[in-house]
Design a protein around this ligand. Structure first.
Ligand SMILES: Cc1cc2nc3c(=O)[nH]c(=O)nc-3n(C[C@H](O)[C@H](O)[C@H](O)COP(=O)(O)OP(=O)(O)OC[C@H]3O[C@@H](n4cnc5c(N)ncnc54)[C@H](O)[C@@H]3O)c2cc1C
Ligand code: FES
Length: 376
């Protein structure tokens, strides 16, 4: 009969104790989790529907029509709201047909305002913007991500500024202007607002009022249907803002407008004076694949997906029926960040490779170069 030595016995007893205490800790942790969920549930039921111990949520307190297809949603976020810098966006998640869908919206209010606002244009056929317009009412609760983005002004620098906004692209710029107004810092700002027609101009009344109040603010409306001016192009912009070269410019608008206007700065060697933000842009592989990766396996927590190395991981996973979270789908918002346990991915925008294990990658701008193991 085999016997255990006393040290082996001690080790076995220690192991049993370690095992028992691990089970105990797991139980305590699970207990705390359940209690936290219960607290969340009852606080939401009884006190505030946006209450949460750990999730950023906001109650919709008002919905304000701005134009025929744009509405501002006035939000009262819960105590987890960290504040924002003017120009930043917030990921907004809603549940549509049982699936959580996330989109980013620039915050149109200024930091320090009593309420946080987002201003949403209804995109024909768009899932979230249509849902927001048709379904969201005061009293509803939206789930938010943390405000993010680097399309922000350096608040301490006093410079001549040029804001160029097209359509709903004016929202981050309006947040910046409101912030300058609050801080009494509207020293020398030209605000060019491009829109299809007068009925598409967002915030016109407020912009006009601010221009009256601040001699340092000039607002220029560029309407596509204006027979004298037509669609805003480089020449029209230079005519409207003759001292453009001496201004720091922030531009946000439809892709067509941005492509038409960007050469105004790049061709004059002024690219460093221009900062831009895009709202739209599918994650096209901008750098050609180094070599066709062919078929690859994506090992997830519960299954293995066969994919090809051409498209982005987000597209591959969605095509395979997975529903990873996503927002901007172009590498801006970080909603799709996922831990890569093993394998190599390539960033489709920069061509950069991630080769190390346990690196965070963004699914929407990554394509597989080898078989991958993902913490999904
Ligand atoms: C950083 C950031 C900030 C943003 N801020 C705002 C904001 O302040 N206000 C706002 O209204 N939107 C903003 N957007 C756009 C917003 O996130 C959504 O893309 C938009 O609301 C459409 O989503 P959807 O689900 O309705 O359409 P989807 O179902 O995603 O798309 C339907 C179709 O519409 C096209 N499409 C998507 N967006 C637009 C658009 N803006 N104009 C024209 N066609 C489009 C898509 O390419 C697709 O073909 C922002 C996006 C980003 C990345
Ligand atoms: S979905 Fe926004 S970074 Fe990927």
């Amino acid at each position: 009969m085999s016997t255990l030595s006393s040290s082996a016995l001690r080790h076995a007893a220690g192991g049993a104790r370690t095992g028992a205490s691990a089970v105990l800790s797991a139980r305590r942790f699970a207990g705390r989790l359940v209690r936290a969920r219960q607290v969340d549930f009852w606080m939401r039921e009884l006190v505030d529907p946006a209450w949460s111990l750990d999730t950023l949520r906001a109650r919709v307190v008002d919905v304000v029509p701005e134009t025929h297809d744009v509405r501002t949603f006035v939000l009262a976020p819960n105590r987890l709201w960290p504040g924002h810098h003017p120009g930043q966006f917030v990921p907004v998640s809603v549940e549509i047909d049982g699936a959580r869908v996330t989109r980013c919206y620039s915050i149109s209010s200024a930091p320090g305002d009593a309420r946080v606002t987002i201003t949403v244009k209804r995109v024909p056929g768009g899932r979230v913007s249509t849902w927001m317009h048709e379904r969201v009412r005061p009293g509803d609760v939206l789930t938010l991500g943390r405000p993010a983005g680097d399309f922000v002004l350096n608040p301490s620098v006093r410079r001549k500024l040029l804001f160029v906004g097209g359509g709903s692209g004016v929202t981050p710029l309006v947040s910046m202007l409101r912030d300058l107004d609050r801080r009494d810092a509207v020293h020398d700002v030209v605000f060019v607002h491009a829109a299809r027609s007068a009925r598409d101009v967002i915030f016109a009344r407020e912009l006009d009022a601010l221009a009256k109040e601040h001699p340092g603010l000039r607002v220029v409306y560029a309407l596509d249907d204006d027979p004298r001016a037509g669609r805003l192009d480089s020449d029209a912009l230079r005519r409207a803002v003759p001292d453009l070269a001496s201004r720091d410019a922030m531009m946000c608008g439809p892709l067509g407008m941005m492509s038409a206007l960007t050469p105004t700065w790049t061709e004059a060697g002024l690219a460093h004076r221009l900062k831009t933000e895009r709202f739209v842009g599918a994650p096209r592989p901008l750098v050609p694949a180094r070599a066709p990766a062919g078929k690859v396996s994506l090992v997830l927590a519960g299954r293995t997906v066969e994919a090809d190395g051409g498209a982005t991981l987000l597209e591959q996973l969605e095509a395979a029926g997975e529903r990873p979270e996503s927002g901007c789908r172009m590498g801006i918002c970080n909603t799709c960040v996922c831990r890569k346990r093993a394998g190599v991915v390539e960033n489709v925008v920069t061509g950069e490779l991630s080769t190390e294990p346990d690196e965070d990658i963004r699914l929407c701008v990554s394509r597989a170069r080898t078989n991958l193991e993902l913490a999904l």
